[in-house]
Design a protein around this ligand. Structure first.
Ligand SMILES: [Ca+2]
Ligand SMILES: [Ca+2]
Ligand SMILES: [Ca+2]
Ligand SMILES: [Ca+2]
Length: 304
């Protein structure tokens, strides 16, 4: 056998070995892929997750979704497995009917109670018999009116306070989410135009300020109805009265009116903080005074 023949035989042998190795590697890869796919499918089936969206305050018994269909399970499987919802130690807000595979509202859900003021309200449900997770997204309904932080607003304001003086700042909050919970303030429509002109209300901050000089002598008390409304599509409104007692300032000089020798009864004239009493004498009194003066003058002349 020549050297050339030896080399060709060796090459053929090496090539054959390499081909076999390549085929085995491809086969191994294919097996690995099938194994991985099987694992993923199995894992998906075991740890499935579905998500539903509902509004808060739905009636008990409202259907949320078909769990059996959405999880690709046979209805009989639910029954066999004893599939049910668990929710901590309390009664779950939802239940799965094992006969029809539908998830129903088990009790009314108040979003404000369950999720407070958080933007997203998710209820995470676990299931017995199966590592399946059901998430229910509860959307807000504008069912909470604004609530003022105080039962009553009674304030005092000095008369002649400069324009822009803050009389009071009211505050109201609304438990709903987004625009359903945003509050704006306004003066009630039934406020007298004269009173309305004297005060300004900031719709955003709730600050009530002086818009015109307030005169105690004109009015010593104002009662103003303020409304707090949310920005919901069907806005909810709450009314609150603000009582403003005006404090008097000594801003009027005394006025004295003299009516001399009148036949009228004595009159009392009020001016500023002072009362001036004026006595008005009638003619008869004046004659008596003149007579007594003359008598005293004669007696003095006699005895002096
Ligand atoms: Ca509610
Ligand atoms: Ca609400
Ligand atoms: Ca509201
Ligand atoms: Ca005054």
């Amino acid at each position: 056998m020549s050297l050339q023949c030896k080399c060709s035989c060796l090459d053929w042998f090496n090539l054959h070995i390499m081909e076999q190795r390549g085929r085995r590697t491809r086969q191994e890869r294919r097996q690995w892929l099938v194994y991985m796919l099987t694992l993923v499918t199995f894992w998906s089936a075991v740890s499935a997750q579905i998500r539903y969206s509902i509004s808060e305050e739905l009636k008990e018994g409202t259907a949320v979704g078909n769990v059996a269909k959405d999880l690709g399970l046979d209805k009989s499987t639910l029954k066999e497995r004893g599939y049910r919802i668990v929710y901590g130690s309390t009664e779950p807000p939802f239940r799965v009917n094992q006969d029809d595979g539908i998830l129903y509202v088990n009790r009314k859900i108040d979003r404000e109670e369950v999720c407070d003021r958080s933007k997203v309200c998710l209820i995470d449900l676990k299931t017995v018999s199966g590592n399946m997770r059901i998430i229910v997204d509860v959307s807000d309904v504008n069912d909470s009116p604004p609530v003022f932080s105080k039962d009553s607003y009674i304030v005092q304001l000095k008369e002649n306070s400069p324009i822009g003086t803050v009389v009071v700042q009211v505050n109201a909050t609304d438990l709903d989410e987004g625009s359903n919970g945003e509050v704006v303030y306004s003066l009630s429509n039934d406020i007298d135009a004269n009173v309305r002109a004297r005060f300004n209300l900031n719709a955003v901050t709730g600050e009530l300020t002086v818009a015109e000089i307030i005169d105690f002598e004109e009015s010593s008390r104002y009662e103003i109805d303020i409304q707090a409304s949310d920005k919901g599509a069907a806005a909810l409104t709450t009314d609150k009265s603000v009582i403003i007692n005006i404090i008097d300032v000594n801003d009027n000089a005394p006025e004295i009116e003299v009516t001399s020798f009148s036949r009228h009864k004595p009159t009392i004239i009020t001016g500023g903080a002072m009362n001036v009493r004026e006595f008005i004498f009638d003619e008869r009194k004046l004659q008596w005074i003149s007579f007594l003066s003359m008598l005293l003058a004669c007696l003095y002349a006699l005895f002096s």
